[in-house]
Design a protein around this ligand. Structure first.
Ligand code: IPE
Ligand code: IPE
Ligand code: MG
Ligand code: MG
Ligand code: MG
Length: 309
């Protein structure tokens, strides 16, 4: 945290006691749901499990549980959605690291999936994780079919051409030319923000949130998602590889357009802090069936901007 923002970041809420139990639930769900490595095709299954299990901050799963908690949804109702968003996220990381994309060898402190296995297996593991996530959601019979259909549609939109995949395409395109801040915001909102938004929305949809509350949470999550990627850019510049578990300096090496390359570290951090404050204000718009349990969402926003990894 740089000196100009450290004052305001100092006291922010950046964790919640429920996060570790939620991470443990997620791990159990992933382990039980992913195809066993002993089953054919073994290498594909092993790569899927390698990319998903035992790693990452699990922020998107926590977003699902945190949003559900606002409406007092039981954790068990949210397990499959939490696993689905983490499978999609793991898929996105596998493909993001491929030589044809960011060409990174290290992920979550381990060799990237294409290094631990092969490029072909990594591509297929990503494909399989993406579709498997939808299989998991579709089979979630604990959630009524109308809500389930909304959840599936929400996740599909978030990761398609107008969401994550589109954002990744724009990110690659921006390696070869100068983009302005408005365009970069679009890239970040799509490549990273869309899945974080979908994670919050999935939790709220599973819990039966009203349209008005869904809107407030959408605005909250858009701000958190953008702040999260801004801080990812900052950490790529000033974090160290051991703490990050991925190679720092990768963006500079790949000539990426980032908040740091456009604004510099200090202004990028200030933007993230402004977005955090905006996110908190969005939560004040929650009403009706929303209880007062926004502590975990608040902590999630705080964590997005204060994290060191
Ligand atoms: C990294 O996401 C990729 C981005 C979208 C910025 P995370 O920082 O959430 O990665 P893990 O899951 O903790 O490894
Ligand atoms: C990744 O952004 C976005 C997605 C994976 C969709 P980055 O390329 O900045 O993520 P890291 O820094 O490699 O984790
Ligand atoms: Mg990338
Ligand atoms: Mg990358
Ligand atoms: Mg990055």
């Amino acid at each position: 945290v740089n000196p100009s923002t450290s004052q305001s970041v100092l006291n922010l809420l950046d964790s919640d006691p429920r996060w570790e139990p939620w991470r443990a639930r997620l791990e159990r769900t992933l382990d039980a749901t992913l195809p066993p490595a002993a089953q054919t095709p073994q290498t594909l299954h092993a790569a899927m499990r390698y990319a998903c299990l035992d790693g990452g901050k699990r922020l998107r799963a926590i977003a699902v549980y945190s949003a559900g908690a606002v409406f007092a949804a039981p954790d068990a109702l949210l397990d499959r959605a939490a696993a689905a968003v983490e499978m999609v996220h793991a898929y996105s990381l596998i493909h993001d690291d491929l030589p044809a994309m960011d060409d990174d060898d290290l992920r979550r402190g381990r060799p990237a999936t294409h290094r631990a296995f092969s490029e072909a297996t990594a591509i297929l593991a990503g494909d399989a994780l993406q579709s498997f996530a939808f299989e998991v959601l579709a089979a979630d019979t604990g959630i009524d079919s109308a809500a389930r259909a909304s959840m599936i549609g929400c996740l599909a939109t978030a990761i398609g051409p107008s969401g994550m995949a589109g954002g990744q395409a724009m990110d690659l395109d921006a390696e070869t030319r100068q983009v302005d801040l408005a365009e970069l915001e679009q890239i970040h909102a799509r490549k990273t923000g869309a899945l974080i938004r979908a994670s919050v929305r999935l939790g709220a949809l599973a819990a039966g949130a009203s349209d008005r509350n869904l809107d407030a949470l959408d605005d909250f999550a858009s701000a958190v998602g953008l702040a999260f990627q801004i801080v990812d850019d900052v950490l790529d510049e000033e974090g160290d590889t051991a703490t990050l578990g991925k190679n720092s300096g990768s963006d500079r090496e790949q000539n990426k357009s980032t908040y740091v390359s456009l604004l510099g570290i200090e202004k990028a951090r200030q933007q993230a802090l402004d977005l955090h404050n905006h996110a908190l204000a969005c939560l004040d718009r929650l009403s009706d069936n929303a209880g007062s349990d926004t502590a975990s969402l608040r902590a999630l926003s705080g964590f997005a901007i204060s994290r060191s990894y």
